[in-house]
Write a protein that binds this ligand. Structure first.
Ligand SMILES: C[S@@+](CC[C@H](N)C(=O)[O-])C[C@H]1O[C@@H](n2cnc3c(N)ncnc32)[C@H](O)[C@@H]1O
Length: 228
């Protein structure tokens, strides 16, 4: 499938205008921590002192990746987010906490998925990806066969993909896709394995929203058990 046909993404790219101060921090951090598609293509963007690498797609305001980066100062973290207000919030956190082990791509993930080096990530996080509930919009979901093939290539052997959502239909869709896929295995053995998240994880903004509505998110953990 051609790259531009991979996903027909129609989500928000910007929201409220940024304050002058937030804009200044954003521009500063864009220079030091963001990567452009051509840089990904030619050479990878972390020096080898940060290893292994994890990828978060749709990092929102960045609370999860920032918390993980602080807890794991020797690991490298790569965030992809196309909502500029989210990138601005992530940049403020990077700036305030002086974080060196996060790089990010401020744009649509489908523009770079093909460019990322293979066998490089030990973990991919998809935390509350847009559920696109209407059937006619399911083609916009990030979980589809062609993208799972790419996830398999990006992950090292025994690498982990986390999919977290408060949308039961999207979880069902995801389980069906991964169970059919030759490269991945669902790791759950008992109910708690998909009802509870690792104890060290912080709540993301969308997780807090779900809990306020009385909905318990579902945590699906898949392991790359075989290369494609
Ligand atoms: C529902 S929000 C969840 C944000 C965050 N992970 C959380 O749990 O609070 C989904 C995020 O994915 C981002 N997103 C959706 N499609 C994307 C794409 N194709 N490329 C990059 N980011 C995308 C949206 O902009 C949004 O910030």
């Amino acid at each position: 499938m051609e790259q531009e046909k991979l996903l027909s993404y129609k989500g928000r790219k910007s929201g409220r205008p940024l304050s002058k101060a937030k804009n200044e921090v954003l521009n500063k951090i864009l220079k030091t921590n963001s990567v452009t598609a051509d840089k990904i293509n030619s050479n990878f963007f972390f020096n080898r002192s940060y290893y292994p690498l994890s990828l978060e797609i749709g990092s929102g305001s960045g609370e999860f990746i920032v918390s993980e980066a602080i807890k794991n100062p020797n690991k490298g973290f790569f965030a992809v987010e196309q909502y500029i207000n989210g990138i601005a919030s992530l940049s403020s956190k990077i700036n305030q906490k002086n974080i060196n082990n996060i790089k990010f791509f401020p744009g649509d993930v489908t523009k770079i998925l093909y460019l990322l080096p293979q066998n490089i990530f030990d973990c991919i996080y998809l935390l509350f990806p847009d559920p696109w509930p209407k059937i006619k919009h399911h083609k916009r979901r990030i979980i589809q066969k062609e993208i799972i093939d790419i996830f398999s290539k990006l992950l090292i052997n025994n690498g982990i993909l986390w999919f977290v959502s408060d949308d039961k239909d999207y979880c069902r869709h995801t389980l069906l896709h991964f169970q059919k896929h030759p490269s991945f295995k669902w790791t759950a053995q008992r109910r708690e394995d998909w009802l509870l998240k690792p104890k060290t994880w912080v709540d993301t903004r969308y997780e807090i929203k779900a809990k306020k509505r009385g909905i318990s998110p579902i945590f699906l953990k898949f392991i790359k058990s075989k290369p494609l």
